[in-house]
Design a protein. Structure first.
Ligand SMILES: Cc1cc2nc3c(=O)[nH]c(=O)nc-3n(C[C@H](O)[C@H](O)[C@H](O)COP(=O)(O)OP(=O)(O)OC[C@H]3O[C@@H](n4cnc5c(N)ncnc54)[C@H](O)[C@@H]3O)c2cc1C
Length: 383
């Protein structure tokens, strides 16, 4: 009788090993530089594209590697273990941009856009949030007026990851003010080059400083009708479905940051001597390591399970929210404990744990705050 198997396949192990080597050799120097300079280095897009990390769930005919959601989660974990800014870039491109175009796009849209995204010639961004609408995304006020063969969009999209360098936006706007909020929103594929699309202010952030977060301004942006993604006024479903998938990516990001914090704490605890012996000999430090290691493992299992369901095209909304909630809290717990294990050296810039601590914080906020994840989970459990 076939039992439950918690081991990774040879392919999974190979993906992990190659992603780890890639991240440590190619991304590590950029991670420190981007964090210090507080700006994205476009070489990251090129590197991720050249190594095949920008189209992991897309079929070969559209330039992807078709490796599936579990391999994507493993690769994301490894990239984020080294650089969370590169990690969010990769997660957004795979989950929030390729994902909805692949699932809801017409054959023409897929043929036109996916090859450019999967080979990283183009960078993508996902534009849902607005100044007045965050958790309550359906309350957005940007508006797309129907002019027959094209729409004219006006409004501001806020906090857009990768927005500064993106060539393409999967973007949501209200198109019917009389309908119930969630029934009057349309998804568009908006090219940066379309007239009336502008980049606004760039945010100064606590962490994830190597990822640019900007406003995207729609100033009479002209979007051809053929760039409607899915059906007119049915875009909110696409937004929510995309977030279910994207949350698996953020869960993997959080597992990666948590593992980095654990690895750093172990290394430091074995090297640092106080009272004549390594601090790893002290039981209170050992407890911290044990708690961190256990939570990382639990977060990883929840993440792989959600990824597994996604790969099998089974419902995974609740599981993705559970993974995202638990993994993001784990990343923050581990980063906090890792700083503690480093003592004063954890609070200054000399060791990477200070960056992990700042980077971990966002995982509890974007793609749905922890409060919103608890709402999604409790609704599914109580229904
Ligand atoms: C660095 C960064 C990158 C981002 N990238 C993107 C991106 O690429 N694309 C994009 O569209 N958006 C992006 N966002 C936006 C992000 O998704 C939102 O910030 C997030 O969804 C929360 O919205 P808000 O900031 O408006 O907070 P609010 O929704 O105003 O929430 C404020 C507080 O109230 C709580 N709250 C709200 N409603 C409820 C409720 N019903 N029950 C209990 N508590 C509640 C929240 O949990 C939170 O604690 C990004 C944000 C940041 C900071």
């Amino acid at each position: 009788m076939a039992g439950m198997d918690f081991t990774l396949t040879e392919e999974n192990e190979m993906i992990r090993a190659t992603a780890r080597q890639f991240a440590e050799e190619e991304l590590a120097p950029l991670a420190v530089k981007m964090d210090r300079e507080e700006k994205y280095d476009p070489r990251v897009t090129r590197l991720l594209g050249d190594h095949g990390y920008m189209g992991m769930e897309i079929a070969e005919e559209h330039g992807g590697s078709n490796l599936g959601a579990v391999n994507l989660a493993i690769a994301l974990e490894e990239v984020n273990r080294v650089c969370a800014s590169s990690g969010v870039t990769m997660s957004v491109q795979n989950g929030l941009v390729n994902g909805p175009i692949n699932k809801f796009g017409t054959p023409e849209q897929k043929a036109k856009y996916l090859p450019r995204l999967t080979n990283a010639e183009w960078m993508g961004a996902y534009c849902l949030s607005e100044p007045v609408s965050g958790s309550d995304a359906a309350a957005m006020v940007s508006f797309g007026e129907d002019h027959g063969d094209h729409f004219v969009l006006n409004g501001t999209k806020r906090f857009i990851t990768s927005g500064l360098h993106a060539d393409l936006y999967v973007l949501f706007s209200r198109t019917d003010r009389s309908a119930k909020p969630s029934r009057g929103i349309t998804a568009f594929i908006v090219e940066r080059a379309f007239p009336g699309v502008k980049v606004g202010k760039k945010e100064k952030k606590t962490g994830l400083r190597g990822s640019d977060t900007v406003d995207i301004i729609l100033d009479g942006a002209r979007v051809p009708r053929e760039n409607v993604l899915g059906e007119v006024n049915n875009g909110f479903k696409i937004a929510m479905d995309t977030l279910d998938a994207g949350r698996v990516g953020i869960a993997a990001q959080a597992v990666g940051i948590a593992q980095a914090a654990l690895d750093a704490a172990v290394k430091y605890a074995q090297a640092r001597q106080q009272f004549g012996e390594p601090i790893a000999n002290f039981q209170m430090i050992q407890w911290k390591i044990a708690d961190m290691a256990t939570r990382v493992e639990a977060a990883r299992l929840l993440t792989y399970r959600a990824a597994c369901l996604k790969e099998k095209r089974l419902p995974h909304g609740k599981e993705a929210s559970m993974a995202k909630l638990f993994a993001s809290e784990t990343a923050n717990f581990c980063a906090d404990e890792a700083v503690q294990v480093h003592g004063g050296y954890g609070y200054v810039g000399e060791f990477p744990v200070e960056r992990y601590f700042r980077d971990a914080r966002i995982t509890e906020i974007y793609e749905g705050t922890s409060e919103i994840q608890r709402l999604v989970i409790s609704r599914a459990v109580l229904k």
